[in-house]
Design a protein around this ligand. Structure first.
Ligand code: GA4
Length: 331
């Protein structure tokens, strides 16, 4: 069903940048998780793009649509109601400001730090009228997506031929795993498109600091990724599949073999874009270092040693577009 969402006005945030949309890139790797070649294709996709799409992922579409409709309901509330659920740090509603260092975008969102206790806590403060409904939609969705994330990470370990199978997945399975979840709403910007043929930048270019990010969106385009040669391409939307990003931490754990993909989102000219992303991270105390089993004879780590806590602190002090791993390069 078409849902009309309230639109914030342009004038308050003249700093939001614009950009022309590009053609749909046909070369995004599509990986069928039910096929025996999945592990090999996953490794290849992480090396070449740091980005891929998965199908036959086992996440019930019912969970997806329930959460999407809860999200749409939330974003349709009057602005003053939504603002009362802010600020976004450590969890809650955010509008146009991203992080706390001056980044802005054509976006509103809900951010959650997820471990079993905090989901209910944040639901209580965000969904005052009906926290149970919202909370169960978030919980069902996240537990199904987490399972799929474990499967993908285990297939990656198999594809890399390293033991144990759970070298990556155990970090997300840990009770202390520092993971995030966000619901984004990018209102359309038809006026600007008509005036200039440009789109507003919804979420500026960046890489994700965590291990892995699992994204799902409705059928509105907007996501773009940067290829190895630095060019930007648009990802064709697909509301029944999931898109997966390699994060900075996985790049380090593979000593640069997997690429943490730079990506950004342009607001769609005509449609509201609603996306939901799970960011799987390790426990705060975890040392993020290349896995010994992946190192060739005499190979050295490309990165200075750090814990996830240290990396996260630096990340949260940085601007969105910064090359955060650059600060941790050894040479
Ligand atoms: C990018 C990935 C996740 O959305 C996020 C973002 C976080 C935020 O929105 O608060 C950050 C950004 C993200 C990286 C640099 C810092 C922190 C905004 C920002 C400018 C939740 C995350 O973990 O890092």
């Amino acid at each position: 069903a078409m849902v009309l969402l309230s639109k914030p006005s342009f004038d308050q945030f003249p700093l939001i940048k614009t950009c022309k949309s590009t053609f749909f890139f046909p070369g995004i790797p599509v990986i069928d998780l039910s096929k025996p070649d999945a592990k090999t294709l996953l490794v290849k996709a992480c090396e070449e793009f740091g980005f891929f799409k998965v199908i036959n992922h086992g996440v019930p579409m019912d969970f997806v649509s329930r959460l999407e409709s809860e999200a749409v309901k939330f974003f349709s509330l009057p602005q003053s109601e939504k603002e009362r659920r802010g600020p976004p740090d450590p969890f809650g509603y955010g509008n146009r400001r991203i992080g706390s260092n001056g980044d802005v975008g054509w976006i509103e969102y809900l951010l959650f730090n997820i471990n079993p206790e905090t989901i209910y806590q944040s639901s209580l403060s965000i969904f005052r009228e009906n926290p149970e409904m919202f909370c169960s939609a978030v919980n069902d969705y996240i537990s199904a997506v987490r399972k799929m994330a474990f499967q993908v990470l285990e297939l990656l370990a198999e594809g890399l031929m390293i033991q144990p199978r759970n070298v990556f997945s155990r970090l997300l399975m840990d009770d202390k795993s520092d993971s995030f979840f966000r619901l984004n709403h990018y209102p359309p910007c038809p006026e600007l498109q008509a005036l200039s043929g440009q789109n507003l930048i919804g979420f500026g270019e960046h890489t994700d600091p965590h291990i892995i990010s699992i994204l799902r969106s409705n059928n509105a385009s907007g996501l773009q990724i940067s290829l190895k040669d630095g060019s930007w391409v648009s990802v064709p939307p697909d509301q029944t599949s999931f898109f997966i990003n390699v994060g900075d931490s996985l790049q380090v754990m593979t000593n640069g073999r997997f690429k943490s993909v730079r990506h950004r989102v342009l607001a769609n000219s005509f449609k509201s874009r609603v996306s939901m992303i799970y960011f799987g991270g390790p426990p705060l105390s975890e040392r993020i270092v290349p896995l010994a089993a992946l190192m060739e004879e005499g190979e050295e780590s490309l990165y200075k040693e750090f814990t996830w806590c240290e990396y996260k602190k630096t990340a949260y002090k940085s601007r969105l577009a910064e090359n955060r791993l650059g600060h941790f390069l050894r040479k």
